[in-house]
Design a protein around this ligand. Structure first.
Ligand code: O7M
Length: 255
């Protein structure tokens, strides 16, 4: 099954388009795994996937705590996405991606800035062989994203001026990515990207809540899934917070 099909299936089962960004921190490193497992179990009925990034990977270790977390996610029928933002030359990208897939991740996130030949091509080949997914950054949620993703450049395929993110969106289609990331803080960019990729690619939108993005506006603009971290796990009651965001999302676009 393709990753895009897997997450869609889980979204229907859980009635949720929310991807939990599990970016927990604690001064006591040995508490981190338990805290992560507790949070995941608390919100398990309200999320369709969990995203782990290097903030958690560094203290927990890939084949240590993170693999335990991925196994628990799978036990709870929750796919696991590694937010690797892969951005190196091909052979190290491939080796890094293999580790993430071997640890059980269903999909990884990569940066299109690195390009295809000698960049992401080996990672896409590996992901196909191992039946895993690749999601590509297309427009990030922070202010400085305008400097890279929002810059005007010459599109080498047409010789005409375009925004960098427009070129990345087209590449995501050409490369057969399983989804793209567009920040919720800029719903106009979500709408632009949706127009460019049509209905073919799911759009994952981070930045809802603490960063200022709005769940309904993002979904109305064309987002398929919302990536949410602090608004859920920093709240007093993560379960209620996840349920509430899930419900708001479902009022706009039922899962
Ligand atoms: O909801 P938050 O703001 O606490 O967390 C947002 C999560 O989304 C966090 O895990 C970030 O790493 C991630 N993210 C962004 O905030 N902005 C982006 O542009 C891209 C991502 C992301 O998930 O990239 C794959």
């Amino acid at each position: 099954m393709l990753f895009s099909e897997l997450i869609e299936k889980r979204a229907h089962e859980k009635c949720s388009r929310i991807v939990l960004a599990l970016d927990l921190e604690t001064r006591q490193r040995r508490m981190l795994l338990n805290k992560s497992l507790r949070t995941l179990r608390a919100v398990k009925d309200y999320i369709c996937a969990v995203k782990v990034n290097r903030q958690l990977l560094l203290p927990l270790g890939l084949y240590g705590g993170v693999q335990t977390l991925v196994s628990e996610a799978h036990r709870l029928r929750i796919p696991a996405i590694m937010d690797a933002k892969l951005n190196d030359v091909g052979h190290t990208n491939e080796a890094i991606a293999r580790h993430y897939f071997n640890a059980g991740f269903d999909a990884i996130i990569a940066s299109p800035f690195v390009g295809w030949k000698g960049g992401l091509e080996p990672v896409f080949n590996l992901s196909r062989k191992m039946s895993r997914g690749i999601l590509l950054l297309t427009y990030m949620s922070h202010e400085g994203a305008t400097e890279g993703y929002g810059q005007r450049v010459i599109d080498p395929s047409t010789g005409k001026e375009a925004y960098q993110f427009e070129i990345f969106a087209k590449k995501a289609v050409d490369w057969n990515a399983d989804g793209i990331i567009v920040g919720a803080t800029q719903p106009e960019r979500i709408a632009d990207v949706r127009r460019l990729v049509g209905e073919r690619l799911p759009i994952y939108s981070p930045g809802v809540g603490v960063q200022g993005g709005d769940a309904s506006r993002s979904l109305n603009a064309g987002a398929t899934y919302l990536i949410v971290g602090r608004s859920v796990f920093s709240s007093r009651n993560p379960k209620c917070a996840a349920e509430e965001i899930r419900n708001v999302a479902n009022q706009t676009l039922p899962a």
